[in-house]
Design a binder for this molecule. Sequence first.
Ligand code: FES
Length: 256
Amino acid sequence: MKGRERIHGPALLHEGPRKDSRPSDSGLCVTLAQEDREGIHGPAVQRLPIAIEIRMAWKTIDRTTPVVDADAPPVLSDGVRDKIRSFFVRYETKRAVLLPALHVVQHALGHISWQAMAEIAEILEIPPSDVMDTVSFYTHFWTHPKGKKVITVCRSLSCELMGGADMLDTLKKKLNITEHETTTDGRYSLVTEECLAGCDHAPCLLVNEKLHKRVQPADVDKLLADDSNDRVTMPRSDLFDPPHETSESPNGADEA
Ligand code: FES
């Protein structure tokens, strides 16, 4: 071993005294110093003046700062609460209503804030951490405000091969944002997802729930300028959302 070497696993526990420990962007960084240690491989005695740096695979999280203001007014209206409770009769437990509740809240507020999670937890009589676990698992749910329209670009193989990356780059330049950001006018948010089920017409993107196929960089200006670029004509469930207004898209894009 020479100089600095990255080592994984429990062997680190035996490598010498801990000299330094500090949080870093990539996780907890612990530096150990080991001097004049004999090598363990081969008959020759080997002196190993080394420094060992451990980079943990996780980030340190501040769990001491409250994320919900206990004195803030509730964010869920009586109507939203009643809508969530209306699902109780359909499920055996209140916990099972979590996913419908998240859909209801996101539809009402546009995203699910920390406080909204706490209030959902109270209604369903489950720990707030269970709500957060579910929210953070599904990319469908947003924890911060999103734009009026969300553009979801496919990043899977077929679309990638057909120029999806160029189309995404063009979108980023035109919107002046990158992934998971929202334009300053609040009009668009941009994300990427795996296959959107339109592989035979790659590259694809969604504007809200409207699927646009064979989108080339040259099409981006026209797409963004089209106020109807999120209109869908397929019948949809009104279980969670009111039915959308229907019309043919002037840009001729097909639907999912
Ligand atoms: S790979 Fe893009 S829609 Fe399937």
